[in-house]
Design a protein around this ligand. Sequence first.
Ligand SMILES: *[C@@H]1O[C@H](CO)[C@@H](O)[C@H](O)[C@H]1NC(C)=O
Length: 300
Amino acid sequence: MEARATTFYALLLTSFQLLLTCHVTFAAGGKWDPLLSNVGISAMHMQLLSNDRVVMFDRTNFGPSNISLPNGNCRNNPQDAVSKIDCTAHSIEYNVESNTIRPLTVQSNTWCSSGSLRSDGVLVQTGGDRDGELKARTFSPCDDNECDWVEINNGLARRRWYSSNHILPDGKQIIIGGQRQFSYEFFPKTTSPNVIDLPFLAETNDRGEENNLYPYVFLNTDGNLFIFANNRAILLDYVNNKVAKTYPAIPGGDPRSYPSTGSAVLLPLKNLEADKIDAEVLVCGGAPKGSFILAFFFFE
Ligand SMILES: *[C@@H]1O[C@H](CO)[C@@H](O)[C@H](O)[C@H]1NC(C)=O
């Protein structure tokens, strides 16, 4: 018994040594250095801007943050569930060059909103929770520390929480899906009512666990949009509002979209000289079907 235990420990030790050796080999020369010990908010959302600054923002209705608004300013929002008057910031700008931060004023709840940069560098962030669900917000990068969020009431036609935005060749953005929203719309608004049904999002909505939120959206080389939700994808001709192609489900069929959050990336285009340029999307991660319900209801 004792001998066996000794052998076990010896094996264990060997494995640790192996691990340690691998660790040292691969991490040679690398180390982490905190740039700032505290930026005052959690960077729930974060976007690098064209002037090498990073705008970060968090939800607004979860009590005060750890950074005050400048000049004794306070946010006054009677619609906020928790902080109707709040003198702390829920967004900051990080200046990479000077390694400093600047508090910004975001009024409405950006929790699980979505956004995209415009070609002129302006960040457009739409939707969110509660008082933020119909908002569009813009942030125009500046070098004089004067810029701040600008909010547009009813920038959206439908409440959008956990939707996905993508810039289009004409400079507009398409905003797709969101919780209980099986449709897409454009910002700025193009048509009235500016909302087009997308049954694909209803079909990929798993009862009680959704699994089709924050869909992965890429502009294909043929001008159509590749939209992946849950475990499968379509090619959407958003100009004519038609599904141009329906792809088969991913093998195994497990969900890859929020809350079974995986991720996706458009791989580098290779054959740029060809008549027809091929695009390839890589989808990684996800969770077995039913994970959300198990995690949510049985976490105790
Ligand atoms: C942030 O946290 C520090 C440390 O707890 C505290 O001293 C400071 O007053 C806080 N600032 C704000 C604006 O909450």
